[in-house]
Write a protein that binds this ligand. Structure first.
Ligand SMILES: NC(=O)c1ccc[n+]([C@@H]2O[C@H](COP(=O)([O-])OP(=O)(O)OC[C@H]3O[C@@H](n4cnc5c(N)ncnc54)[C@H](OP(=O)(O)O)[C@@H]3O)[C@@H](O)[C@H]2O)c1
Length: 275
């Protein structure tokens, strides 16, 4: 396809939108040590938000956090930022994250439960029970546990915004494995269900469902020819960037989306258009 672009660093990506109401907000992002979560953390930091990133890799978290507080660069990060090591499949670890954030950054305004990503293709007959349970734990139960940890304080304050992370694999059958697709589809309903339940308490819950996004990992692992084919499978003619997802996250978290809840936004270059 003419004009197909496959670079995350494309210079013609629109600049990050600005949402002044996000300045000073406390934002927790699981999966903030790399990929989509790290880019989203930078985007919130650029709004002047106070950011906590969560992951299992201390070194990676330190590197991202240093970028959030260093200042300069395209997004002019200027936030107060902390990082906490935790496995989001472990409710006790999440309770520690909650306590540390409360002590160091104060009440949480935005919870972005983005950790996950076990979509590697596996023929269903080869998907073992152990692997099925592990993927459901990592990509669905983890979000439930993350929300359970932070929800009581949001209910007490009568406000808050929650973002969940599905995938186009949870919207339409794809090459991703069955457990991942099922987990991600489950997150769409988790979002709708919670949005209905929590709306009267002033809490909005929305979901992002990206298609192929060029993270560091994807860039390393995807051969150039495959990248061209994946780009061509998207009507907008390129692979998504982590910034595309961050832009949608900022919008949904901001007051610009004050009357939006229960939605799943397909950050998918037009590849997913039916719900
Ligand atoms: N990239 C895509 O094309 C794409 C498309 C659709 C949906 N998504 C979704 O977007 C999210 C981020 O994906 P990504 O592509 O940015 O992946 P990535 O680069 O592999 O990053 C995954 C992030 O999740 C964290 N994580 C995973 N399991 C965790 C656990 N049990 N406890 C704590 N942290 C955990 C990782 O932390 P550590 O490495 O520090 O443990 C890392 O920060 C995932 O939910 C994925 O399913 C991605």
């Amino acid at each position: 396809m003419n004009g197909t672009r496959t670079s995350d660093t494309a210079t013609d990506l629109p600049a990050l939108a600005s949402y002044p109401d996000l300045a000073g907000k406390t934002v927790v992002i699981t999966g903030g040590s790399r990929g989509i979560g790290a880019r989203t953390a930078r985007a919130f930091a650029a709004q002047g938000a106070r950011v906590c990133i969560v992951g299992r890799d201390r070194q990676a978290l330190d590197a991202v956090r240093a970028g959030l507080t260093a200042g300069g660069g395209q997004d002019e990060p200027r936030s107060q930022a902390i990082s906490v090591v935790a496995d989001v499949t472990d409710s006790a670890a999440l309770e520690s994250v909650r306590a540390e954030v409360a002590q160091r950054l104060g009440p949480v305004d935005v919870l972005a439960a983005f950790a996950g990503g076990q979509g590697h293709p596996t023929p269903s007959p080869q998907l073992t029970e152990e692997r099925w349970r592990q993927i459901l734990d990592s990509d669905l139960t983890s979000t439930f546990l993350t929300i359970q940890a932070f929800l009581p304080a949001m209910l007490e304050r009568g406000r808050g915004t929650i973002l969940t992370m599905a995938s186009s694999a949870g919207r339409e059958p794809s090459q991703a494995n069955l457990a991942y697709a099922t987990a991600k589809a489950g997150l769409v309903m988790l979002t709708r269900h919670l949005a209905t339940e929590l709306g009267p308490h002033g809490i909005r819950v929305n979901c992002l469902a990206p298609s192929a996004i060029r993270t560091e990992k994807v860039a390393q692992q995807m051969p150039a020819e495959v990248a061209r084919q994946v780009a061509a499978a998207h009507p907008l003619g390129r692979i998504g960037s982590t910034q595309d997802v961050a832009q949608a996250a900022l919008f949904l978290a901001s007051d610009a989306a004050a009357w939006l809840t229960g939605l799943t936004i397909d950050v998918a270059g037009g590849r997913i258009t039916t719900h």
